[in-house]
Design a protein around this ligand. Structure first.
Ligand code: FES
Length: 141
């Protein structure tokens, strides 16, 4: 009887080790893939391209962003997620405003709140020019 119990316990332990061996590689792969997908920088386009356009939208680490060339000729990139409740704001080129469709929040081209309930400016990304390429950087990595 005692021998039978020990044998059963041993088989349970073998099964537990086998199951963990099967699941650990999947867990490692999932973690690795998440990190792999995370970008620290994104090339938006070229300065030549911005001679013909005033802004360009993109997605950076699953966040919709907009890059524009401001009046001083500097490139700026903003998250399009409203700081009120996260709706996606839309850029209106004619009025040079970002407007939120959810609660009528309005931001200027510096990302500052000029109307409505948003409690903070739009998130701004560091944007650099390197060899004629416009690059957006993710900070805090
Ligand atoms: S979510 Fe944009 S104003 Fe409320």
């Amino acid at each position: 009887m005692r021998m039978r119990y020990r044998r059963r316990k041993f088989l349970h332990q073998i099964a537990a080790v086998g199951a963990s061996v099967l699941f650990i590689p999947n867990g490692i792969t999932a973690c690795t893939n998440k990190k792999k997908d995370y970008q620290t920088e994104l090339e938006i386009g070229t300065t030549t391209e911005f001679d013909k356009i005033t802004y360009k939208t993109n997605e950076f680490n699953n966040v919709p962003i907009l890059t524009l060339k401001n009046e001083e000729g500097k490139y700026e990139t903003f998250s399009l997620e409203c700081t009120h409740q996260g709706c996606i704001v839309k850029f209106f080129e004619d009025s040079k405003e970002f407007r939120c469709p959810c609660h009528k929040g309005v931001y200027n081209t510096k990302g500052e709140v000029i109307k409505g309930p948003p409690p903070a400016p739009l998130r701004k990304y560091t944007t650099i020019v390197k060899n004629g390429k416009i690059i957006v950087l993710e900070q805090g990595v």
